[in-house]
Every structure is written in structure tokens, then in C-alpha cells.
Design a binder for this molecule. Sequence first.
Ligand code: ASP
Ligand code: MG
Length: 440
Amino acid sequence: MQVMKFGGTSVGSPERIREVARLIDDGKPKIVVLSAMSGTTNALVEIANYLYKKNFDGANEKISQLEQKYFGVVDELFTTQKYKELGIELINSHFSHIRSFARDMFTMFEEKEILAQGELISTALMNYHLQETGRQSHLISALNFMRIDKSGEPDDYYIRENLQRELKQCGDYYLIITQGFICRNAMGNIDNLQRGGSDYSASIIGAAVNAEEIIIWTDIDGMHTNDPRIVEHTHSIPELSFDEAAELAYFGAKILHPTCVMPAKLANIPVRIKNTMEPSAQGTIIKKDVPKVPIRAIAAKDGITAIKIKSDRMLMAHGFLRKVFEIFETYETSIDMITTSEVGVSVTIDNTKNLEPIVNELHKYGTVEAEGDYVIICVVGDLHSNSKGFGGTILSALNDIPIRMISYGGSNFNVSVLVKSEYKSQALNCLSHSIFTDEK
Ligand code: ASP
Ligand code: MG
């Protein structure tokens, strides 16, 4: 069994939906996980925001706009009267459900339910299209098997048992369609796996059915050696280890959602990234054993704030770091990079929602400086195989750039340096030129 996931752009128009139908109809049994059509989840978020503010006119206008878009899709996608009617019925029923939330009580629960409509619609449209074109497909609802526990983690046992039951009911259909992103929570309410979470769904499903491969179809030919928007002549990386992919997904390479790697890694199921616009391109395969290379890729993460806490009390003291970290924990702010000296510690964060109270509390322990507008430049590779010279290569490439922090040795797969945003492009290019000599 294969699991294939298609993102919002891949199902973003009637033409793309037809293309996906052709791609999946290759005779091999598979579960197909779909995102909402591109733009839909954002529009649903906007609608929910209007409803929170009780701006019913604003919400209704947005709802009608989105509804019209879907009537257009139905009209273009289906060719027979029967399926045009089924399509219209489908859109009517989802949009009257969305409209029913325009009432005084609007909470997080209702918002989650509204957000789920995007994936429910895209999968139903795909299923109708497959049937109209004579392909054997079966739609199963992720709400019947995908579930997170009280701490927001996938409930693996529940998912496996319930997915198996759903699959048994499908009989011998070989194309099974389901939604990415949406799930139920521990209380049974509709919930989701966070924005961009369809990759995660695919990986959880792949692990639950012990798939031979999880294929993430997107609109780029795999993970690249560097950011193709900033550096010329980057190329897609044919093979990556799970650990390297996890580092890269977190840092900038928005191709794969960072959470997606873990379930596949634990179940040891290869993840392949392929390009819907260029299906014959090889893409990137992520798996356990890959030939080691010293440096695999370079990535950047924007919007970083650096915080430095300096204190004479830190000298020879124990427990200082715990106190500092506790403050970040209280404000649910995760730390990305950290460097220490005898009299100070520097950390970086990307979520500055609680920066002010964090800084105020840190003042208890010393002088504090917080400064935004940084980027983390991250070099991913295998430090084991080339521990000599790895740091030297990176630092000499960045010779002309002021570096604020360096983090080496946190894992065997990544070296990170923190520089001001204005140096991002220069840093990525200098590293590329000295590491991947063909990217000059
Ligand atoms: N549709 C959801 C989003 O836009 C989930 C996904 O596409 O992965 O975030
Ligand atoms: Mg995505």
C-alpha cells in the first residue's frame, strides 16, 4: 500500500484535480490524502475572524465569494448533468453549514469545524471526479479515524484500529481518498493538526497502515541544496536521511511540514517528495540509510529574535539556566538556538508574542538585551563523516559577515549561525559557492 498526499496547489483548480486523478490511477492500491484547494483554508480563517468579531456582514460576503468560486469549480470539473448536480448539492450543504455559524456564540470549536470544510470539500470533489471518469474510488472521512490525545499528539493505537476498520469496509476499492489536516481531539470534537498539517496526516496514515512508501506531491521537485529564490543553480537533493530532513524541514525549507518526518522515521517508511508539475523528475527520497556526505544542504529561518542575559551570578553557579528556561516555559515560547559563556547566555526565539513579559522577568537574573531581525543560517549534513574541517569550511565562507551566535554539536546533523537579516542572501550565497562548487 502506498500513501500519496497532494497539497493545496496540486488540487488548486479543476485542471489540477484532473491531473491528480491521472497520477493516482496507476493500478497500485493507495490511500490518497488531500489538502483543501489552495486559498481555501486562509479564506475560512478570515471568515472565522469575522465571526469572532460578530461582523456577520463581513463573514457573509466572504462566505458567498468562496461559495461562488466553488460553483465555478463544479461547473468546470464535471461534465455530466448527474455529477454537476451532485457537486452543487455538495457545495450547498457545506456552505449552509458554514453560514449556520453566523450566530452569537462563536468559539474555538466552531472555528475548527469551519476550517475542516476545506478538506471535506476537496476530497468529496475528487471522489466524484474519479467516479464520473469511471475510476473505482472510495471516500473515507478522517474524522472517523484521525485523533489526537489530550496533549495534542496523534493517538496511534486509536488511529490504527479505526483506520483498519474503515479500510475493511471499503472492500476491494484500490483508490481510497481521505482528508489531510483534520482530526478529532480527545473529547471527540473536530480539530486539526495545525496549519500545513496534511503532510503530518499522510505520515501518520503511512505509519498506521505500514505503507511501503509515503509520497508527498508538491509543486517543487524536492528539497533543494539551498533556497532557490535566493541562490542560483541549486538542485534537488536525491536522498536525505530522516534526521537531515527533520533539520531542513524546520529551517526554512517549507516543502515538508517539520512534524511530518517523525511518524515515518519511527515506522521506518521512506518519504518521497515529487513534483506534480513534473512527475517524471526524480524528486527527493527521505529514508533511514543514505550514503553519507559531509554537507547536504543549506537553509535559513527568518524572523528570529536574539536575547542575551548577562549576570555575574552565573559565574560558577548552578541552577541559573533552569531559572532562565523556566521563564520561557511559562510563556510557552520555544527556544531555537542557545550559546553560553561563564557570565552569560544567549538564546533565540521566533515567537515574540510574549517577548515583553519574558524580558521583564529575565531582568531578575541580570542585564537583558533583546534584538530582532535576525536569521538562522543552518548547514545540514553529517558531522560524523567529516568532523574535521566542517566548522572551518562554514566559518571561512562567512568571513565577511558579522556573526552573532554559532551553534555546533547540538546534533550530528546541523551547524547553525545567527546573522542579521540584511546578510541572509550574502551568507547563503557565500556558503553555497564554497560548499557546492557547481552553484557558482
Ligand atoms: N489546508 C491546511 C492549510 O492550509 C492544511 C494543509 O494544506 O496542509 O494549512
Ligand atoms: Mg504544505
